[in-house]
Design a protein around this ligand. Structure first.
Ligand SMILES: NC(=O)c1ccc[n+]([C@@H]2O[C@H](COP(=O)([O-])OP(=O)(O)OC[C@H]3O[C@@H](n4cnc5c(N)ncnc54)[C@H](O)[C@@H]3O)[C@@H](O)[C@H]2O)c1
Length: 319
């Protein structure tokens, strides 16, 4: 989606990661981009191919330390993606979400306040809703009852953005992502299944009772719609980014086995409490994207198509 955000100086926190590196690639077409990442989730493998011109600057730094920002000048826009992105971690260590996702987000907002940087786009999550009683779930749904510290930390991050917007006149685009899949992914169901099957082509451990259904969005639709919405959004507001359909976990397993040419793979279902994949897993999640579509946005890929494409991309990446 070139042209929508143009000629800006942009900071991408977490820009080395899965969604961040795809976003950086897109923004670099017409902007100067600085990546701030501590490379805890992944090294610089996705950024290396993007280096070369003067448009990309990379800073190794930890958002949980306020001092990280002390030598940085302000930016036109900050895409704040750095986070503990793994929902599973929180059940054994909720503090990882408090420190990385909340203290980290407040540090970013303090940096914005001090440098008079006015625009932020934030990667929140469908997990803020918890086990919603209305599906597809609209942005207006509440009260939030997240069932993971990850979801709680994202809800708190959103709340701080609203508070700072009121105090200091920020313009924030808050994006609640469904499950994002696609190229450069280093975690999530597709990546996990392919890894497991490469190790043991006869057996596949599936976390949960197999009935989970979730909505998936391709990373290209996710990053392009973030830029699209942020360029139109005039005041701090929340947008679901997802798809109008859902995909079953067993469909994903079947398609991966087929594409890997594996037959008679034994599925070992490992349910946690209530048939979940892990404590804090929301078994069925679908976001309403009516608000997004009312802005004129249409995803290129449905949930199933996004999954199919991502399996191909992940298999290619892991060759
Ligand atoms: N992938 C999804 O399906 C999904 C869904 C909902 C929300 N999100 C959110 O989108 C964002 C990007 O997710 P992703 O899937 O690309 O994850 P990712 O783990 O690939 O990317 C996160 C990046 O943040 C960096 N990071 C982590 N802690 C940091 C710290 N303290 N200081 C600086 N950098 C740090 C990591 O090194 C990594 O590069 C995250 O905020 C995540 O919570 C992702």
């Amino acid at each position: 989606m070139p042209g929508l955000i143009k000629g800006k100086s942009i900071l991408v926190t977490g820009g080395a990661g899965f969604i961040g590196s795809n976003l950086v690639k897109l923004l670099l077409k017409e902007n100067e981009v600085t990546v701030l990442d501590n490379f805890s989730a992944v090294d610089d493998r996705f950024l290396k191919p993007l280096q070369g011109g003067k448009q990309l600057k990379i800073i190794r730094g930890d958002i949980t330390k306020a001092g990280t920002f002390s030598n940085l000048q302000g930016f036109d826009i900050i895409f704040h993606l750095a986070a503990n992105s793994d929902v599973k971690f929180g059940s054994n260590n909720p503090m990882i979400d408090v420190v990385t996702n909340d203290t980290g987000t407040v540090n970013v907002l303090e940096f914005m306040r001090k440098t008079d940087s006015k625009e932020i786009a934030f990667s929140s999550s469908s997990t803020v809703y918890g086990e919603a009683e209305i599906i597809p779930t609209p942005e207006s749904y509440g009260p939030y009852r997240p069932i993971s510290s990850y979801g709680a930390s994202k809800a708190a991050g959103e709340a701080y953005i609203f508070a700072y917007s009121h105090y200091y006149g920020l313009r924030g685009s808050i994006f609640r992502f469904a499950n994002v899949v696609g190229t450069n992914s280093t975690h999530g169901v597709i990546f996990d299944f392919i890894h497991k099957l490469k190790k043991d082509p006869g057996n596949l451990e599936i976390l949960g009772d197999g009935t989970q259904q979730k909505s998936y969005i391709h990373v290209s639709d996710c990053t392009e719609s973030m830029c699209y919405v942020h360029s139109l959004n005039r005041k701090t507001d929340v947008y679901n980014l997802g798809n109008t359909s859902m995909t079953r976990v067993l469909f994903i397993a079947d398609r991966i086995c087929q594409k890997m040419g594996l037959k008679d793979v034994k599925y070992n279902l490992v349910p946690s409490e209530g048939g979940r994949g892990w404590p804090g897993d929301v078994k069925m999640a679908q976001l309403s994207i009516e608000k997004l579509e009312l802005l004129g946005w249409k995803n290129r890929y449905s949930s199933d198509k996004a999954v199919e494409l991502s399996i191909d991309e992940t298999l290619k990446m892991l060759q």
